[in-house]
Design a protein around this ligand. Structure first.
Ligand code: ATP
Ligand code: MG
Length: 418
């Protein structure tokens, strides 16, 4: 990616009303553009980060044996009436509209009801189960407040997974596997140390659901964590009765702010009974299907990572999600400098290392400031000095000083090869 050709631009100031630091940085670095409160456009570099996060999640979902689909945003009133979740009194985030003929439609804030009804067409016998489907889909929610940048959108990207099981045991086995997969996702994106499996209210059987909460000062939730056991409980579960049930002691819990990056939920057979999702078991009997649902806030996750990995100069992306691994700064227009920079760009690209090549006609200070603001993990500088010496000036984003190194060593560091 040559910066001279890439549609991107850093900007001096984020909109005055943008209060979230992560959103300010993402806007200034040219990753996102704000349409209105809670609605953001993803520009080329922002989209790359989002796609990197999706790829990590997709790998884990596929390992679970789940199949990827894509459902609609338009949803019919009727399905949600059947489970009593259409009324604004029951669900306070609905965006609703109507067809030309007056038929009400809702914009999907979640997909349990539509997918359960869809699956009535495809599940008839125990042989059709278990079955798990997931999607990356834009959810629409009329949130009361949207002051946390991409961490709370009125339009945001979610990965939602739905599992259909024939028995509670089968559901539980899958539920535990998803829980492990989620922890691997949060570790891979660099939030493993700070993300807690957290008990929340609302699941079938055990009465608990689980949230994945990342401890961060800008989180909107208050939770109580046991750092040694790497467990948390949310506010609803922070009662004497629930704590006793979980074997947790109040004095071992610490109150912290956190952002909910994922939520997994066991619906038992409630929804299937409301919506009529049944299967025939081995003895020919009709039984309700067990439903569980699993969400990860993909765009919220990007915001939390941006918030967590930042310093006074800008973003500091972990390699796993960074839009490029190398920011290649070319200083000067002498042919030796251009040749040295072009050849490194070529070699790294050949090796599959994504490079942002700053080949613009701009001042050195501007290029260095952009390299820091953009938060690309490695910075390599090519100048008349390096061209003459046959070396490269390399520095990691968080390092104080750069080092002069030869190409072989540089390629080894950046691509793990000579
Ligand atoms: P919250 O309590 O933060 O409003 P929720 O419990 O209503 O979230 P879920 O229905 O559990 O959200 O959605 C699954 C996941 O989607 C959440 O764990 C979160 O990561 C993400 N998410 C929910 N609402 C938003 C939003 N408005 N913007 C961005 N991500 C969101
Ligand atoms: Mg939730």
């Amino acid at each position: 990616m040559r910066l001279s050709q890439l549609f991107t631009k850093t900007v001096k100031d984020a909109p005055a009303e943008e209060t979230a630091r992560s959103a300010q940085l993402l806007i200034r670095a040219g990753y996102i553009h704000k349409e209105m409160a809670g609605a953001y456009d993803y520009l080329p570099l922002g989209l790359l980060v989002l796609e990197n996060i999706k790829a990590i999640v997709r790998t884990e979902m596929n390992k679970l044996g789940a199949n990827e689909i894509l459902m609609t945003s338009l949803q019919s009133e009727e399905l949600w009436r059947q489970t009593d979740r259409w009324d604004d009194q029951k669900v306070d985030v609905w965006f609703k509209s109507a067809l030309k003929n007056g038929t009400p439609v809702g914009f999907g804030w979640s997909h349990e009801e539509p997918i359960a009804v869809m699956m009535k067409n495809y599940i008839s016998s125990y042989r059709d189960l278990p079955m798990a489907l997931y999607q990356f889909q834009t959810k629409l929610r009329n949130e009361l407040r949207a002051k946390s940048g991409i961490m709370r959108g009125r339009e945001f990207l979610m990965k939602d997974l739905y599992a259909f099981s024939s028995t509670p045991e089968e559901l539980q086995t899958f539920y535990d596997k998803v829980s492990d997969a989620y922890l691997r996702v949060f570790t891979k994106v660099g939030l493993g140390d700070d993300t807690y499996l957290t008990y929340a209210s609302g699941g079938a059987f055990t009465q608990f659901s689980h949230e994945f909460q990342t401890v961060t000062a800008v989180g909107e939730d208050t939770i109580y964590v046991n750092r040694a056991r790497k467990l948390g409980v949310n506010r609803e579960v922070y009662t004497d009765e629930a704590l006793t049930q979980l074997g947790l002691k109040r004095e071992e819990l610490e109150e912290v702010r956190a952002a909910e990056v994922g939520n997994i939920f066991n619906f038992g057979t409630t929804k299937s009974e409301q919506l009529g999702v049944y299967y025939t078991d081995q003895s020919g009997q009709q039984k309700p299907v067990y439903l569980s649902s699993y969400g990860i806030g993909i765009s919220r996750l990007m915001g939390v990572i941006a918030e967590h990995y930042a310093d006074a100069k800008g973003l500091v992306w972990p390699e796993a999600v960074a839009p490029a691994q190398v920011y290649l700064v070319r200083l000067g227009t002498q042919s030796e400098v251009i040749n040295q920079a072009d050849s490194l760009y070529h070699d790294l690209t050949q090796l599959g290392v994504p490079v942002l090549y700053d080949d613009r006609d701009a001042r050195p200070g501007e290029k260095f400031a952009d390299a820091d603001l953009l938060g690309i993990p490695h910075r390599v500088v090519v100048s008349d000095k390096t061209a003459a010496a046959g070396t490269y000036e390399w520095k990691q984003r968080t390092a104080e000083k750069s080092e002069l190194i030869h190409k072989n060593k540089l390629l080894k560091i950046l691509a793990g090869s000579d």
